[in-house]
Design a protein around this ligand. Structure first.
Ligand code: ZN
Length: 159
């Protein structure tokens, strides 16, 4: 069975940046299962997996445009320190959920001083080339339930 829209796929993967630093990996965990063609993975990786079969191995570099997008410097904002008044020990690198006109977004604290906090609304992997090593472990038809829910279920239909 080939990977195509609406089949359930399980992959082992390792994601690293261009310096070889591992960002994420399924090593030591269960393979990642997802419903293909539903936007569960970044577009570039879904495209590379299209048509593949169990046992296929990929070693691909996904450009930011097909990954988490380019960085947008307008998403760097400075807000009053009071906005984080409830957070003890506020530091660069911390991440928070914030509300934007486009809905909830994750923001990362870039800089903190007594009066102001600089936050970055870019995805932490925006602008990063994503190097994926992938092995296809399983490809199967989705169940009716999985198709209607738009996601993969576990053994016996568990969520
Ligand atoms: Zn479900």
């Amino acid at each position: 069975m080939n990977i195509e829209k609406n089949v359930v796929v399980a992959i082992d993967y390792t994601l690293s940046d261009n310096d070889g630093v591992v960002i994420d990996t399924s090593t030591g965990r269960e393979p990642l299962k997802y419903l293909h063609g539903t936007g569960a993975l970044i577009p570039g990786l879904e495209k590379e997996l299209e048509g593949k079969v169990v046992g296929d191995k990929l070693d691909v570099a996904i450009k930011p445009e097909e990954g988490y997008g380019m960085r947008n410097e307008e998403m760097l904002q400075t807000v009053p320190r009071e906005h984080f008044g409830h957070v003890p020990d506020l530091q660069a690198g911390m991440q928070f959920q914030a509300n934007s006109e486009q809905g909830p977004v994750m923001v990362t604290i870039v800089k903190v001083d007594e009066k102001q906090v600089m936050v970055d609304g870019n995805h932490p992997l925006a602008g990063v080339v994503l190097n994926f090593k992938v092995e296809v472990k399983e490809v199967r038809a989705a169940t009716e339930d999985e198709l209607s829910h738009g996601h993969v279920h576990g053994e016996g239909g568990a969520h």
